[in-house]
Design a protein around this ligand. Sequence first.
Ligand code: ADP
Ligand code: MG
Length: 389
Amino acid sequence: MNFHEYQAKQLFADYGIAVPAGRVARSPEEAVDAAKAIPGNLWVVKAQIHAGGRGKAGGVKLAKTLDEVREYAKAMLGTRMETYQSAGVALPIDSVLISEGTDIAQELYLSVLVDRGTQSVTFIASSEGGVEIEKTAEENPDAIQTLNVNFVQGLQPYQCRDMGFALGLNSKQVNQLTRIMLGLYRLFNEKDLALVELNPLAILKDGSLAVLDGKVNSDDNASFRHPDLVAMRDIRQEDETEVKASQHDLNYVTMDGNIGCMVNGAGLAMATMDVIKLNGGEPANFLDVGGGATKERVTEAFKLILSSDRVKAIFVNIFGGIVRNDVIAEGIIAAVKDVGVKVPVVVRLEGTNVEEGKKLLKESGLAIIAADDINDGAKKAVEAVKQAA
Ligand code: ADP
Ligand code: MG
């Protein structure tokens, strides 16, 4: 689950990390009120969307007067914003963060994540923040500091100091960094997070450190024990189809191709996408209907796939082990009858009750293209898309 910047900063503050004064606003008037409550006469108006790269897209504006605050908030609120990090989607700006404007001397990068390679919570820091960190990692790997935390010992203050001095900070800044890192480590573990990123963690003109941006991502598998985090969820920022899928316990990820896939088992679903690509096609989604798929779930899954007008053909690839092919067939028939289907459907069934499943489909009178195996099915789906075009 992703969070807004203002929510991330609230979490930081809860863990003793100082953040610039700020308030979220949902209308231009609220934005002006928020600015009035913040000391000083320089503010930033920041679009709250679930993507970084807002600065370059015009979603971070420095305002020198309250009128400018109002203008910027008005220009952003109610619109949509696409950034180089939003995966081709324009996200709705329903709120803006009004924050204290600061004088930046230098921008650092600091993140916390789980490094699978070393099986440890890991801090990554760079004295060259603000820009795309991938670029720094590629062009100037020496500017990146990495710290793997031993799970038993936990994060030790001396490790934070080492990192701070390696970043070129002075002793006062190193103390500040230590406090930030210890707070982040506690937050990361207690809230079961997957990623925290401060980019930039800025050095201000007065020499102090300031957390100017915050990105937090939590581990969905632990959501059940963090109702406070779940309450912060903003589904307007999420893919509509994926939200619907999660309500039906379906494992669904939107892709940008045109062949809809309905598969049981995550491994077979991945293999199906691979084989489609191998045959020159592009999958429109990843979908695992699960081992214990019921007729209702299959129907919902089929409807989800059909809800995208990008889908030009559907490939149903089922290996029935626990799930029965006749149940899958009933689901397909029910869904097609329910919502109607105007694209070719290629079906490959194998395993438990395969004959019953095939028989049901044949007797349904639906125009279904039968496939013998995964490769044959993928080929036929790619072919069907070509013929439709
Ligand atoms: P994004 O990462 O989505 O582009 P940021 O919050 O990192 O958004 O803002 C982009 C840039 O705007 C920062 O790198 C920084 O230079 C500037 N900026 C952000 N917040 C402030 C602030 N409070 N005061 C001054 N400049 C800021
Ligand atoms: Mg940023």
